[in-house]
Design a protein around this ligand. Structure first.
Ligand code: ZN
Length: 533
């Protein structure tokens, strides 16, 4: 795709026309793209309402905002599944264009057609029931979590899991129910292949966590406890995000309770973070993470915004970009070699006695804990794999919703050697299940697998990546990601992207090796996994 090179005066319509010039279906293709782009435009209005809700909304305005979001969702669903669009896509998928067009054209036809068929199979009644149950369940979740009371949550989750089973059967009757749900977040993924990778990953990580915790030379993070004055943090963190390549002419950073990255348009990417005066990593690593998502969004071909060549390939690929910058770049000794002088001048009191190596070791602290969102890089995947196994068992009917708390505690004890003190720190901690995000969790760990495999490929391609990072030269890595990952948009599946770039199928091996290499030596352990891993 040559979309990056288009002159500024080229409109998306010109681009769609140029992509199929001379074809007998040119007009149909352009009309289908314009329709899809119109739906995406409304989607960005929804994103703006939700960004505003998370960052700016007065407390009393919540109910009206829910009405606005619901009204817009109904319009979007009706437009998305409009019959004339279905007819256009049917015509295109039966045309020569789907096999002979440019790769961006072929992908646009196939993906739009598949999306349309899938969405049209879901009755409006089910869309509405899912939305309503999601809102009620999330409200119940806030109270249930505060009271650590599973009984308040159980009936809502019963309903939500039942609706998601129904959704799976409607939208992808050709797939097993869990794969049908996974398809919403990680198109083309197959739970059996995911489970095999996760099983091997877990077998390698559990002993690494144990060895780190028992290590006599384990690093501590006292040096990161500050205080780090907030205004200095804001400047430091924003400068760091800009240094890795986030374009603040096309984005912003704002404050929220739960950090996220949201795209409101091809040149409008919003990062959010929270701040902690007494722990520098809270904001620094959440901004590196969200900026990693933002770099992906800013790297997608803008002319194709809202269409498959301009969309993210999957949540797993999205997460691979955030994890790559947060962990593989941001927690490396080379990163701190470069970053330390700026950090010390921003926080002269807190870092007066520190060296770059001290900080680089402190950000590799491994500390098993009950809460996923506070987990370190090594234990994080154990939290995710637990949720993947449990939600799949509920969807297949092997595990009744009522048995979730017991199953959770048992598995947690097996992996972490302790039981959560209450349901609030166990089965009730995440908003995903009440929000209906079932099949979403595995994309976090898939993102970690992809990031390690992509980084290994980048190291091979760029040669002296460590030295570049130590000098604060991030552009070669970012250009490489733009070319090999971002520019592809949603024209390939995640497995295809990673396999093509790295020259071998997706494997957990890269993540296992990366974790041992980076966490082993600072804990006085070997830098390589034992042979059995
Ligand atoms: Zn993320």
């Amino acid at each position: 795709m040559e979309t990056d090179a288009q002159p500024d005066s080229t409109t998306p319509t010109d681009l769609f026309k140029a992509a199929v010039a001379g074809s007998v279906e040119a007009d149909v293709f352009v009309a289908a793209c314009e329709h899809a782009r119109g739906v995406a435009l409304l989607g960005t209005v929804d994103s703006l309402l939700q960004w505003d809700e998370q960052t700016m909304l007065p407390q009393a305005a919540g109910e009206f905002r829910a009405e606005q979001v619901a009204a817009l969702a109904a319009i979007v669903h009706a437009r998305r599944t409009a019959a004339p669009q279905g007819e256009r896509l049917q015509q295109l998928v039966e045309s020569n264009l789907v096999n002979t067009g440019a790769p961006a054209v072929q992908a646009t036809i196939r993906r739009l057609h598949d999306d349309f068929v899938k969405q049209s199979r879901v009755p409006g009644r089910l869309v509405e029931a899912l939305a309503r149950t999601g809102i009620e369940a999330q409200q119940a979740w806030s109270q249930a979590r505060a009271a650590a009371d599973w009984k308040q949550m159980a009936p809502h989750l019963e309903r939500m899991f039942a609706l998601k089973r129904e959704l799976a059967a409607c939208q992808r009757p050709d797939l097993e129910p869990y794969d049908a749900l996974l398809d919403d977040y990680e198109p083309g993924a197959d739970w059996r292949a995911v489970q095999q990778r996760f099983t091997r990953l877990r077998a390698a990580i559990v002993p690494l966590v144990q060895a780190c915790v028992e290590s006599a030379t384990r690093p501590t993070d006292g040096i990161l406890r500050g205080p780090f004055p907030l205004s200095a943090q804001q400047t430091f963190v924003e400068q760091t995000a800009a240094a890795i390549g986030f374009d603040f002419q096309r984005g912003r950073l704002d404050t929220t309770a739960h950090p996220f990255c949201s795209t409101l348009g091809p040149h409008d990417c919003r990062l959010t973070t929270r701040w902690d005066e007494h722990f520098l990593p809270t904001a620094l690593y959440s901004v590196l993470h969200e900026a990693g998502h933002g770099l992906y969004e800013q790297g997608l071909p803008p002319g194709w915004f809202g269409l498959p060549p301009g969309e993210a390939a999957s949540l797993g690929i999205h997460e691979s970009q955030s994890r790559l910058w947060e962990n593989l770049v941001g927690r490396s000794p080379q990163f701190w070699e470069w970053c330390f002088p700026a950090a010390r001048s921003a926080f002269p009191a807190a870092l007066a006695e520190a060296t770059p190596a001290d900080v680089a070791a402190a950000v590799l602290t491994v500390q098993p804990s009950c809460i996923r969102v506070e987990a370190d890089e090594v234990t994080y995947n154990l939290h995710v794999m637990l949720r993947f196994d449990l939600e799949r068992a509920v969807i297949t009917g092997d595990l009744p919703v009522a048995d979730l708390p017991g199953a959770w505690d048992e598995r947690f004890e097996a992996d972490f050697g302790q039981r959560p003190p209450s349901a609030a720190e166990g089965v009730l901690q995440d908003i995903h299940w009440p929000a209906g995000l079932i099949g979403y969790f595995p994309t976090y760990t898939l993102g970690n697998l992809f990031s390690a495999q992509l980084m290994a490929a980048a190291e091979r391609a760029l040669g002296n990546l460590d030295e570049q990072i130590a000098r604060g030269e991030f552009q070669p890595l970012l250009n490489w990601l733009h070319r090999e990952v971002h520019a592809l948009g949603r024209t390939r599946t995640s497995d295809e992207i990673v396999a093509e770039v790295s020259g071998e199928p997706v494997s957990e091996r890269f993540l296992v090796e990366s974790l041992y290499r980076r966490y082993g030596p600072v804990h006085g352990l070997p830098a390589e996994p034992p042979a059995a891993c």
